[in-house]
Design a binder for this molecule. Structure first.
Ligand code: AMP
Ligand code: MG
Length: 421
């Protein structure tokens, strides 16, 4: 048994890993969660783990599309107001009930919209083309062709049809379809429960007033929002002091209910041993210097077989890390196929400066104008400025090798808000 924690460093000078490689390493260490049968309301937003096949025809019975009379088309063929046909009223077909009896030659049954069409009848004559002569006789003024105003059985779905293919996310229409087809507990990849914690001796909850030097914990709330927007179930584990024992105790007390962990802070030199040392023998968290700005130090590994994201401390870095690494990983756990955000190419309205050796994620406000997308930086490069994220709706990606992207330059922008609200 090694006496050392199972950790590795990529601290070599120039030993920066590209964002793409770092993300691929993370994704290689992630598997979709094992599928479960969930009630429809729980399964909403989850991805199906099998083809869901219809076991019935839909609709299950032929029904009337109008209020009127169910009759035999041959009995009313050629009927007009001048030459009506008289038929005997033999009963009433009600919604939600089996029709009382059948319709024979010379007979008509009253029928309501949605009621099952009685056997023997093959057409509905709407009420506006009917005159009830006496209690038991109706005069029909029209002779529609067979099938008119009848919603046939199996018109929507045939038994054996695939209702929802494997790998599809269940949205509102799919829930409606599965409900009517009787698939009340579809097999889906569940939402991951992700334990969120913030490390730092300086941190206090946002409900408290800081003493000098203290900081309200921003990262827990931000991670909560990002995880929930991704579709995960965040579990708030709170603030943990910068010591190995506290972190270990918190992680292992939440481990039973977790599918993954996200911690922030404690990865800069001097504090790093906190996250590194905490999982000795029960996990492995690897630290990588990623060629990105912000968000350079990234920890990723597994604790008790569950993915662990050790994010940097400063809130802007956390936001970018959540977008670049955590979100795609959570989507993969949920069985989603497409892991990226929508991207547009936009024209910068102002110059953006960045470090030449790293991919810079600049916070921008993107909007669509007549000439195309334009992106305005929401603040300076300083990565401590969380307000620059709150004002932005996109991250402009200034590639490695570019230290100045001038006004007018075209840049790729990852959009992290669906709409402009
Ligand atoms: P660290 O990586 O722990 O050294 O943190 C880097 C910077 O981010 C420091 O200025 C921390 O005070 C700050 N920071 C760390 N965690 C949080 C947090 N949860 N909320 C707000 N600021 C934080
Ligand atoms: Mg810290």
């Amino acid at each position: 048994m090694s006496a050392q924690p199972h950790v590795h460093d990529h601290d070599a000078p120039d030993g920066l890993v590209s964002v793409e490689d770092a993300r691929q390493r993370v994704l290689d260490g992630i598997q979709p969660l094992a599928p479960l049968r969930l009630a429809l309301t729980e399964a909403h937003g989850c991805v199906t783990a099998e083809d869901i096949v219809a076991t019935i025809d839909l609709p299950e019975f032929a029904s009337s599309a109008m209020d009127g009379f169910a009759v035999r088309a041959s009995d009313v063929a050629g009927a007009t107001p001048a030459e009506p046909r008289e038929l005997a009223i033999v009963g009433r077909a009600l919604i939600g009930h089996e029709p009382e009896g059948t319709v024979g030659a010379g007979e008509a049954m009253r029928i309501a919209t949605g009621a099952p069409v009685p056997a023997g009848a093959d057409v509905i004559v709407p009420i506006e083309n009917a005159v009830v002569e006496r209690e038991e006789v109706v005069r029909l003024l029209d002779g529609p062709t067979p099938g008119t105003h009848v919603r046939p059985r199996g018109e929507d779905v045939r038994e054996g049809d695939v209702l929802v293919p494997a790998g599809k996310r269940l949205g509102a229409p799919e829930l409606g379809l599965l409900a009517i087809a009787g698939h009340a507990t579809p097999l889906v990849h569940p939402r991951p429960r992700v334990v969120v914690l913030s490390t730092g001796d300086e941190l206090i909850p946002p409900t408290e007033s800081p003493e000098f030097g203290q900081i309200r914990d921003s990262n827990s709330s931000m991670s909560f929002g990002a995880l929930r927007e991704t579709g995960a179930i965040p579990v708030m584990a709170g603030i943990v002091r910068d010591d190995v024992q506290s972190l270990r105790e918190t992680i292992f007390s939440f481990e039973i209910q977790a599918d993954a962990f996200v911690s922030s802070g404690g990865v800069s030199v001097g504090e790093r041993d906190v996250v590194k040392a905490a999982f000795f023998r029960r996990g492995e968290v690897e630290f990588t210097k990623v060629a990105m700005q912000p968000g350079m130090p990234q920890g990723f590994g597994h604790v008790e077989g569950k993915p662990y994201f050790g994010l940097p401390g400063n809130p802007v870095s956390v936001f970018v890390s959540l977008e670049v690494f955590v979100r795609p990983a959570i989507l993969k756990m949920m069985g989603r196929g497409h892991l990226g955000r929508p991207e547009v190419t936009a024209t910068l309205t102002e110059e953006v400066r960045g470090p030449r050796g790293k991919l810079q994620f600049a916070r921008v406000e993107v909007r669509r104008e007549r000439e195309g997308w334009v992106a305005t930086p929401t603040g300076a490069r300083g990565s401590n400025l969380i307000s620059t994220v709150a004002r932005a709706n996109g991250l402009a990606m200034i590639p490695q090798g570019t230290d100045v992207a001038p006004a007018g330059a075209k840049v790729k922008v990852m959009l992290f808000r669906a709409s402009e609200d």
